[in-house]
Design a protein. Structure first.
Length: 383
């Protein structure tokens, strides 16, 4: 009389309960992936079979729900892929994007593993942004075609020597802001001259000519010219191109449609944001943004072959295949989401039902042992 079938059933049910219990215990673990015990029958040339065994534990890599946290450094993957972390010199993979910034500028998880990007470990620089002198100003205006022609010599102190004026802010190489004034004088039909001054000092460059066609558009042959201003505050002399492409001359009031210039003062970093393509963008106090790095995702031909290492990370194995990396949102890789986390994909209702089934299986196998014992006892009593 054998007990192997019932014992194998008890062992398999016990291991199944371990798997189910682990799923339930991690139902609130960010990025956790549930597992299922797989069973196989055992025969070994036995006509009636020798019971069962646990042939493996299969991981379920279906996506969990994305839950908003409002915290900028909470990251999640919307779709397939894994975050890459450097942990003790080894690259590990995770679906948990809870990171913090160290004083050195590294983005790390709770265990200190460093988030990796396209060029290795991501490090956010702590240096401020240097100022940038203005090199180009673009302005589109409308000048009133009804304006009188002025023949008197231009003088920025004489409002009667020009028809219209507007201003633009520019920056020198030290980050100081200056106000440039443009003076528009109609010198003939469809012809205007633009003079300039900065902080009340006239430009050392010649005036710029604006010629318009009979339909009010700027002459196609127009080419932008530069305005130069000498500096006495230790900064380099300012020299920027002044581009009026897109300007018009219609029978309406003078006005400015748009104004863009490329200079800015120095600034300090006030925070970072993450774009869906993985770009890590630094935001500075001078309202400038700079891409400081790029998160890169990894994926596997067989994610179920990854080896769980604990602490919400997996390691690559021969069964999983080598990692393929790429830009978030491209190909099979999901997009990067900021301010959200991926919840565990454990279905509590399903796990509780499986728990009842596993409990009943254990009880039934225990009953088999009891019955085998009673039959064996009766056989012993036959003597």
């Amino acid at each position: 009389m054998g007990f192997s079938q019932a014992l194998s059933g008890l062992n398999a049910s016990s291991k199944n309960l371990d798997v189910i219990g682990n799923n339930i215990a991690n139902s609130a673990t960010t990025g956790f992936k549930s597992s299922n015990a797989q069973f196989a029958d055992v025969y070994a040339n036995s006509k009636f079979g020798l019971g069962t065994s646990v042939s493996g534990v299969m991981q379920n890599f279906n996506n969990g729900n994305l839950e908003s946290t409002g915290r900028n450094l909470d990251l999640a993957i919307s779709g397939d892929g894994f975050f890459q972390f450097s942990q003790n010199g080894q690259t590990v993979y995770s679906r948990n994007g809870q990171v913090t910034m160290t004083p050195e500028g590294y983005l790390v998880n709770a265990q200190g593993a460093q988030l990796m990007g396209a060029n290795g470990v991501i490090k956010i620089p702590d240096a401020g942004m240097l100022s940038n002198a203005t090199t180009k100003v673009e302005s589109t205006i409308n000048v009133d075609s009804r304006s009188d022609i002025i023949t008197a010599p231009f003088s920025m102190t004489d409002p009667d020597s020009y028809n219209y004026a507007n201003t633009a802010n520019v920056y020198d190489s030290l980050g100081n802001q200056h106000t440039v004034t443009m003076y528009y004088t109609k010198t003939a039909a469809n012809t205007w001259v633009v003079n300039s001054s900065m902080d009340g000092v006239a430009s050392t460059s010649p005036a710029q000519n604006l010629n318009f066609t009979s339909n009010g558009s700027l002459d196609p042959a127009y080419a932008a010219t530069s305005f130069a201003f000498p500096m006495t505050n230790g900064a380099n002399n300012i020299n920027f191109s002044m581009d009026f492409k897109g300007s018009t001359q219609f029978g309406s009031d003078n006005y400015q449609n748009s104004l863009v210039q490329d200079g800015y003062t120095n600034g300090q970093m006030i925070g970072i944001t993450f774009e869906k393509d993985g770009s890590v963008v630094g935001n500075y106090s001078n309202e400038q943004k700079v891409t400081l790095g790029k998160v890169e995702f990894a994926n596997f031909r067989n994610p179920e072959g990854l080896k769980p290492l604990g602490n919400n990370v997996w390691g690559a194995t021969a069964a999983s295949g080598q990692a393929t990396t790429g830009t978030p949102g491209v190909g099979r890789l999901g997009g990067l989401e900021s301010g959200v986390l991926e919840a565990s994909n454990v279905d509590m209702t399903q796990e509780l039902v499986k728990l009842i089934v596993a409990q009943r299986s254990y009880q039934a196998n225990a009953q088999t042992v009891k019955t085998q014992d009673e039959v064996l006892q009766q056989a012993v009593n036959l003597r």
